[in-house]
Design a protein around this ligand. Sequence first.
Ligand SMILES: Cc1ncc(COP(=O)(O)OP(=O)(O)O)c(N)n1
Ligand SMILES: Cc1nc(C(=O)O)sc1CCOP(=O)(O)O
Ligand SMILES: [Mg+2]
Length: 232
Amino acid sequence: MSAALDRLAGIDTRLYLVTDSAQCAEAGRTVAETVRSAVAGGVGIVQVRDKDIDDTEFLVLTREVVAAVAEAVAGTDRRVPVFLNDRVAVAGRLREEGTDVHIHVGQSDTPVAEVRALLGDAPLVGLSAAEDAEFAAARATGAVDLVGIGPVFDTTTKADAPAGIGPDRLGELVSQAGLPAVAIGGIDATRVPDLRGLGLIGVCVVSAICRAADPELAAAELLAAYGDGGAV
Ligand SMILES: Cc1ncc(COP(=O)(O)OP(=O)(O)O)c(N)n1
Ligand SMILES: Cc1nc(C(=O)O)sc1CCOP(=O)(O)O
Ligand SMILES: [Mg+2]
């Protein structure tokens, strides 16, 4: 656990934004505008997620997001990593160009060992996991930096998501994980207090920021409600 935490040093992991291009557009903003504002409000990790575009469009989108993060943190010492959802080839291309991007994969995506074989040791790798066997397999790879556990609450953002497991079950899973863990699914400022003290390193949101009228304010409110998360 401590080796994995070492690799996250310098990152404020408490609030993790996963982008949704359609939600940002419905709110009248680009993804990059949303990210710039949300990072200004305190988001410490960004994941680019869009299931409806091809790799070329995803590459362009990710470059925009990387630039938005750089603008938001300019003049500070903040380290705000950008993860790509699933697109290992796109991540490889960006890393070859010298852009520091990272990867989040699910249980049905590119296996973590393959991600490492393709991208090497440097990028952070996140993995979705939700049961003991998945945590054990993740630990055995020695290649997973953090796990995403969800959905903690019901969500409409992810079409095929099962019902939320609730904070009590989440807490049990976090204690089994043995890896730094973030929670995802249906999280907003009203529910964030229920996720304090569970051993999480942070919470992930999509609609709570992408659909917000003011992403900077939404991020600041989420962080105020979460505080230090009850400490890991
Ligand atoms: C931080 C984080 N946790 C979980 C997920 C879900 O990933 P996955 O199960 O691969 O589902 P998709 O997001 O690909 O639909 C995530 N994206 N991020
Ligand atoms: C991308 C994603 N993954 C989930 C999981 O449970 O693995 S839930 C989810 C979407 C979360 O969106 P919102 O914050 O709007 O509920
Ligand atoms: Mg996936």
